[in-house]
Design a binder for this molecule. Structure first.
Ligand SMILES: Nc1ncnc2c1ncn2[C@@H]1O[C@H](COP(=O)(O)OP(=O)(O)OP(=O)(O)O)[C@@H](O)[C@H]1O
Ligand code: NI
Length: 329
């Protein structure tokens, strides 16, 4: 078995208030290998961000709860860590880039001081101020920002440059895993490609693994090794980019998502809308959660959660495929 960096097993997460319980993540399992990029795709509300926040233990206090499952990073149980241990892990081992760069940037500090702060917080080797300063300049140059601009404030940068500063901050401590949640959605279309290309290059250079959350199938095809398709808090299909974009059979939801199955050589569109709505996460349907929208829905789909069927590492959670397997297709 290849060594996995991150392993998530049967994770379940709810948001609980006095009025209602939102079932945001409903038993998902996946792993990310060293230097691998996993794309997490799905419509709004599928539970992608909740998954990311669970790994970092950043779910909202009191409301967000992990109700079962396990998350291990380099073999260590993240759910057993104290808040102080988690802060260390977030600074040194697992970094996150959010959609809006201003979530991560402090408007009253120069960008140089912010990168320096990230470095100082985890300066276990006791590097000198000069060494840290050099590292700040190095990080800025790594994201193609001239080192002299370390004295500038976030508002003096364009959106794309701000996100590059955030990338520099996230990578400053050389994390093993980078979680990027829609890292380019807030940017101009022309800048999006540049920023993504930069993330891809840096991740190769620094040998970082990545969990990339996106709505954009074109981005997935270009950036990811593996893809997990999420629907109503479940991973309904998982495989290599070739599995997902190739002309193998797919989950009916994936088929809907792609409109028609595109191939890797053709420019892919953003997700196509599927008829019907995502189910209410406070009152999820029995059986397959996609059944109310599925063109192939049968009786058992309404009552029984489908098994996960695997073919050469390509996983599909659907009764259609279970039937095929029984019939020996
Ligand atoms: N703080 C919260 N309190 C209650 N419900 C929440 C909270 N945060 C998210 N949810 C709900 O949990 C479900 C999953 O949300 P999540 O943000 O994980 O989805 P997502 O796949 O990241 O969507 P998007 O593509 O819009 O970012 C949704 O139904 C959402 O409304
Ligand atoms: Ni999200």
């Amino acid at each position: 078995m290849s060594e996995q960096l991150l392993e998530v097993r049967d994770l379940r997460v709810v948001y609980e208030s006095d009025e209602e319980t939102v079932h945001a993540v409903n038993g998902i399992s996946f792993s990310i290998g060293k230097q691998e990029t996993l794309g997490l795709v799905g419509e709004t509300g599928a539970g992608k961000t909740t998954t990311a926040l669970s790994i970092l233990r950043l779910l909202p206090d009191r409301i967000g709860k992990i109700t079962s499952g396990s998350i291990t990073y380099r073999g260590e149980d993240l759910l057993a860590k104290t808040p102080a241990q988690m802060r260390k892990i977030r600074g040194e081992s697992i970094a996150m880039i959010f959609q809006d760069p201003m979530t991560s940037l402090n408007p009253v500090l120069t960008v140089g001081d912010q990168i320096l702060e990230a470095l100082e917080l985890h300066n276990d080797e006791g590097k000198s101020k000069e060494e840290l300063d050099r590292r700040v300049e190095e990080m800025l140059e790594l994201v193609s920002i001239p080192a002299v601009r370390k004295k500038d404030y976030p508002h003096q940068f364009s959106g794309g440059m701000k996100q590059r500063v955030v990338i520099a901050m996230a990578l400053a401590c050389n994390p093993g895993l980078l979680i990027a949640d829609e890292p380019t959605t807030a940017l101009d279309v022309t800048i999006q490609a540049q920023v993504l290309a930069m993330i891809g290059e840096l991740k190769e250079k620094l040998e970082t693994s990545m969990l990339l959350i996106t709505h954009d199938l074109g981005v997935v095809a270009q950036t990811c090794d593996k893809v997990a398709i999420m629907y109503a808090g479940e991973i309904i299909e998982y495989g290599s980019v070739e599995d997902i974009f190739g002309d193998r059979p797919h989950h009916p939801y994936t088929v809907g998502l792609f409109g028609s199955i595109p191939d890797l050589t053709v420019d892919t569109d953003r997700l196509k809308p599927i008829a019907g709505l995502m189910p209410d996460p406070t009152d999820l349907p029995e059986g397959c959660k996609f059944h109310p929208r599925c063109p192939h829905c049968q009786e058992q789909c309404k009552t029984t959660r489908p098994p996960v069927i695997e073919k050469d590492g390509h996983l599909i959670q659907c009764h259609l495929f279970a039937k095929e397997e029984e019939a020996g297709v």
